[in-house]
Design a protein. Structure first.
Length: 482
């Protein structure tokens, strides 16, 4: 299928020439991201050698702040009673309460094999329950952006805290940069990781090892690497380039002529060469993913937006050898999580979409024979207040995330799920805003170590604050991966 932008069919030869010789290859993000990668002047700060096999990381970012204590809820009777009190009671009472009764989570209850505690996965997420039971999904509890391990006393004294706590833009940036003490950081931890690796693991400089199904994002942006942006249907090509009908043939011929022209000006010559490479990269990328078989069968019927994006991720993973990559990082954004109003109904629909999409994606990865080579993880700005505002919940801090794939250490909850969600605990900063007990840095470091970054000075470049949380060496910070 042609992924293209269109130009008017009534365009004259002069118009076509203007398009071909002007900004034709700059009219979409797939081609522009190729050109940005080709024009990068910053060299990688380090090289990672000895990487073998294939590995991919997939980030599903829930923009707006997922109310994740309804996604993973304590079910031990005394703990659940405290949870209901904190949430204002059972939501079915119709009084603005946000608590989910235990009876609704009977079918999605799991047991943490480490502590014996029981938890309820949101009732709209039976697929995630299945993945947990299969050992292919786990949860990381009460994780959030931190500069250093932080106590309640340090929080009260405002000592070395992330900037702009409880702000969407700040916390999204902190998740992506892992430098929460700064608003001026212009690279993300996955981008810095790609800077170190790209010469070793990517034989196709026209297509970044970091791919985004949304747009250019800070997480994947490095000093020399920017994400290659594609749509749910693939890389966007230049309209009219390639088809065999008359005007398209004229346009294609003119484009080829302009890009092959001998330019005396170095800038014009370089620009033409980059346009040529970018155009060809989009075509070759689409050709590679179109040849992947055994993915569409896992995405039947009417698909959600997230399923369509993850289907393209699965095809890109299946095409990694043809594309020329042994390491890939994908970013998929999902909006709609800032639920100050109508939380219960909105979150039920949102979590159902995530659950179905994660299961179909994992099934597709299994079908490709890459179960142990792909790790998917969720991220979100922050969790939300346990206390209700009357209709929904407000901005908070520490929350729970899903980690999925063959390498996960299943059957248990990782991190430190609060022993009590009652108000007034040392973790409660007011209204059920919970102080994180696990840092985003620890989560990111474990993902990076599995991906191939050595836990030495290389890790310190990827995650500048990591030594505040985890010493150098070969041991994983948390243990959610094996």
């Amino acid at each position: 299928m042609k992924r293209s932008i269109k130009i008017n069919k009534e365009s004259s030869r002069r118009d076509l020439l203007k398009m071909a010789g002007g900004c034709a290859a700059l009219t979409n993000t797939s081609l522009l991201s190729t050109m940005l990668n080709l024009s990068a002047t910053n060299s990688a700060v380090a090289q990672t050698s000895g990487l073998t096999g294939y590995k991919a990381l997939v980030c599903v970012f829930l923009f707006g702040g997922n109310d994740s204590y309804n996604m993973l809820t304590p079910m031990t009777p005394s703990e659940h009673a405290e949870y209901l009190t904190a949430r204002g009671g059972d939501y079915s009472a119709g009084n603005g309460a946000l608590g989910i009764p235990a009876s609704e989570m009977a079918a999605t209850t799991i047991t943490d094999s480490s502590s014996g505690r029981q938890f309820g996965i949101h009732p709209s997420m039976p697929e995630v329950k299945t993945l947990f039971d299969q050992g292919k999904a786990t949860f990381l509890a009460n994780v959030g952006s931190l500069v250093e391990p932080t106590t309640r006393a340090q929080y009260d004294s405002q000592a070395n805290l992330p900037l702009g706590l409880f702000s969407h833009s700040d916390l999204q940036q902190h998740w992506m940069t892992s430098v929460p003490q700064s608003r001026s950081q212009v690279t993300g931890w996955a981008g810095r990781m790609a800077d170190m690796m790209t010469d070793t693991v990517n034989t196709n400089p026209a297509i970044s090892m970091n791919m985004s199904l949304d747009n250019v994002n800070l997480l994947q942006t490095g000093g020399s690497v920017v994400p290659y942006v594609v749509t749910e249907n693939g890389a966007q090509e230049v309209g009219w380039y390639g088809p065999t009908w008359t005007q398209a043939k004229i346009f294609s011929q003119l484009t080829d002529e302009v890009l092959a022209r001998s330019y005396g000006n170095l800038m014009e010559k370089t620009f033409a060469q980059m346009n040529r490479t970018a155009l060809d990269a989009a075509i070759s990328f689409n050709g590679a993913v179109d040849q992947v078989t055994g993915v569409d069968e896992y995405f039947p019927g009417t698909l959600s937006g997230l399923q369509r994006k993850l289907r393209m991720v699965a095809k890109s993973i299946g095409a990694h050898e043809t594309i020329g990559q042994t390491r890939q990082i994908f970013f998929v954004g999902v909006g709609g999580w800032d639920n100050h109003d109508e939380l219960i109904a909105t979150q039920q629909a949102n979590l159902a979409e995530v659950s179905k999409a994660l299961k179909t994606f994992q099934d597709a990865i299994d079908g490709l024979g890459l179960t142990n080579d792909v790790v998917t993880f969720t991220a979100s700005d922050f969790a939300r207040t346990l206390n209700s505002n009357g209709k929904g919940s407000d901005h908070a801090w520490g929350g729970n995330q899903i980690i999925m794939g063959g390498p996960v250490t299943g059957g248990r909850i990782h991190g430190q799920y609060p022993l009590s969600l009652a108000s007034g605990t040392t973790l409660d900063l007011g209204r059920g805003r919970l102080l994180p007990t696990t840092s985003v840095d620890e989560m990111s470091a474990e993902l990076a170590m599995w991906y191939g970054v050595a836990n030495d000075s290389s890790m310190e470049h990827v995650l500048p604050n990591i030594r505040n949380f985890h010493a150098a060496g070969s041991t994983y910070p948390i243990g959610f991966l094996s």
